[in-house]
Write a protein that binds this ligand. Structure first.
Ligand SMILES: [Zn+2]
Length: 115
């Protein structure tokens, strides 16, 4: 192989590597999007389960305030402790640095029994 062929082949390799790298970046972006969407869906799913639990709770028996938090509030508390907002204001978003949120705390511990 003469020097020109070598040079041409290296050029070719560089072009194809650049294309591969762009493709890799594209796939990484796509994966990041999917993971983000996945976690949003997961949170939404948990919220829907909680809502269903609440509906079941009110359909069967009323929450007994003497036995502490209702099942649905415990779910919310768990979500909150995992670092997600459970309030309507920041629904499903992450709590930055696990900052406390008065709205969330009101949803979990507030005194507004379902009627
Ligand atoms: Zn909140």
């Amino acid at each position: 192989m003469d020097n020109k062929d070598l040079y041409d082949q290296l050029q070719e390799l560089e072009v194809s590597q650049t294309a591969q790298l762009a493709k890799l970046k594209g796939l990484q972006d796509h994966l990041a999007q999917i993971l983000e969407q996945n976690s949003e869906l997961k949170i939404e799913n948990q919220h829907l389960r909680i809502r269903l639990q609440e509906l079941e709770d009110t359909a069967t028996d009323k929450d007994d305030p003497t036995k502490g938090l209702s099942k649905s509030r415990k779910h919310l508390e768990k979500l909150y402790e995992e670092g997600f907002h459970v309030c309507t204001y920041f629904y499903g978003s992450r709590r930055e640095n696990k900052e406390s949120c008065a709205f969330c705390l009101d949803v979990i511990y507030g005194d507004h029994q379902s009627r």
